[in-house]
Design a protein around this ligand. Structure first.
Ligand code: AHR
Length: 497
């Protein structure tokens, strides 16, 4: 018998949700920038070449933070190539992805674009081919008011006031052999410490993110975090984690279970961070920046012309099952709101993204747009620590996978309760029984679901097969709210006082 029970009390809070968990990511990769957010000459482009049709969809997603410019790209990037008069900027071979980078979009264009879409930057520095000196120069260019070489160069380039960029990533995936100038843990720890030190001397108001493991399955996972963090502890504020799920073996029940691995990964990183804190007898707590997460596998192996400009790379076309997995990953992030303070859905446009575009043509919402959209717009406030009890299933890889995966959020004013629930069962509907311990006067006002689709259903420029359905909100009987969750469905239930 399949069942799902959840008990909620407004006093049992995991923590305040940091709105930066609804961040995203734009890398100089494929058509994320060129043909994605930026396409001069497109009918919807504004005077700066920013596609306003794409910006409108990004505004719907309500992303407070966008990581830039990479990703693997950043480990070979000379940021100076992307500033100043556009006609003088060099075209360069881009070694991370085997393309040509025209550099017609760079730091100043990105900052202008952030303003246009209403988001904040999360900037990454190159700790692959470059090091502390170039990083502190970039920071001086961006954040110093004036009167120095780099800050005056910014002014000469038309930007009088400093940008005040707060968040800085100390490289990208430096544990990965695929990374340009990949490092050993201790070697990276030293570079990160010295870079962050110089950067914080330049601008003490910034926060820095140390690269954690690029996946849970890295052989160096755990050791990498503890070694590099122990060295760089005093100069860093967050440690990153990256995770992408795939369904390469076309095993649906197993794929739908993958959020369990997100849960385990977060818990393991927290343990590693706390171990280092304990070992150092430190009062300072390091939190998580989950700055790349998503489903990624459809586009692997797609061919493109080597050294071409803005080719179609990593353009995963997402299906209904992917949207459910994204929903469970989002739930795990919300459940760990006390320690995950930043998270970036990777990426934002065209490249493994919730938004797709045609060059010169339309922009549309992929299936994964929706679970992210609803969380970002409705799950603001306090993450609640639910007591859950649900039937479970096993796959070849996982045991005791909850049939129903949930998270719950109480708005800051305490008047709105939002429940997210994914029914992983591929055949049966399950009734979610939510016991509301102290929510007197709360009434369910909305139940929206992604349901009734084939796992392979996709959205295209012309047809949106996977879209939310508005349902009749259930009723509270005594203290119990009963909600029918259709087989293979994502659900959001809103209660208001
Ligand atoms: O997001 C795509 C790539 O995935 C990024 O460039 C890299 O950091 C990760 O391996």
């Amino acid at each position: 018998m399949k069942y799902a029970k959840m008990t909620l009390c407004s006093e049992y809070k995991t923590g305040k949700i940091d709105e930066r968990i609804y961040g995203s990511f734009i890398e100089h990769l494929g058509r994320a920038v060129y043909g994605g957010i930026y396409e001069p000459g497109h009918p919807a482009a504004d005077k700066d070449g920013f596609r306003t049709d794409v910006s409108a969809l990004i505004k719907e997603l309500n992303v407070p933070l966008v990581r830039y410019p990479g990703g693997n790209f950043v480990s070979g990037y000379n940021w100076e190539d992307g500033i100043g008069p556009v006609n003088l900027r060099p075209r360069k071979l881009e070694l991370a992805w085997g393309t040509t980078e025209p550099n017609t979009f760079g730091t100043d264009e990105f900052m202008k674009w952030c303003k246009a879409v209403g988001t904040e930057p999360m900037m990454a520095v190159n700790l692959g081919t470059r090091g502390p000196d170039e990083a502190r120069n970039l920071l001086e260019y961006c954040n110093h008011p004036g009167g120095t070489y780099w800050s005056d160069l910014r002014k000469k380039n038309g930007v009088a006031s400093p940008y005040g960029i707060k968040l800085w990533c100390l490289g990208n995936e430096m544990d990965g052999p695929w990374q340009m100038c990949h490092k050993e843990a201790a070697e990276y720890g030293r570079t990160a410490l010295e870079t962050a030190k110089l950067m914080k001397w330049t601008d003490p108001s910034i926060e820095t993110v140390l690269c954690g493991s690029s996946s849970y399955s890295m052989k160096t996972f755990g050791e990498w975090e503890t070694t590099s963090l122990d060295i760089a502890y005093d100069s860093v504020d967050y440690v990153s984690m990256h995770q992408y799920h795939s369904n390469n073996d076309n095993y649906l029940e197993n794929f739908l279970a993958k959020g369990v691995e997100t849960e385990n990964f977060i818990k393991s990183v927290v343990s590693a961070l706390d171990y280092v804190q304990g070992k150092r007898h430190s009062k300072k707590q390091i939190n998580i920046s989950f700055d790349e997460w998503n489903v990624w596998y459809h586009s692997n192996g797609a061919k493109f012309e080597k050294w071409s400009e803005a080719p179609h790379i990593l353009e995963d076309v997402y299906n209904f099952a992917d949207a459910l997995v994204v929903g469970t990953m989002m739930n795990a992030i919300i459940r760990h709101a006390d320690r995950v303070k930043i998270a970036c859905l990777a990426q934002l446009v065209n490249v493994i993204a919730p938004i797709m575009t045609e060059n010169g043509g339309k922009a549309w919402k992929q299936t994964i747009f929706y679970p992210f959209f609803f969380a970002s717009n409705y799950a603001r406030g306090y993450s609640l620590q639910a007591i859950t009890e649900t039937s479970k299933y096993d796959t070849r890889w996982y045991t005791d996978v909850p049939d129903v995966d949930t998270s719950a959020v109480l708005s800051e004013d305490g008047n709105e309760l939002v429940i997210f629930a994914v029914n992983r069962d591929v055949k049966d509907s399950i009734t979610l029984e939510t016991k509301l311990l102290d929510f007197e006067g709360f009434k369910p006002v909305r139940h929206v679901a992604l349901e009734g689709c084939d796992p392979e259903d996709i959205n295209t420029a012309d047809e949106e097969k996977v879209r939310p359905t508005e349902k009749t909100a259930g009723d509270v009987d005594g203290k119990i709210l009963k909600t029918k969750l259709e087989p293979m469905s994502w659900n959001m239930i809103v209660l208001k006082k």
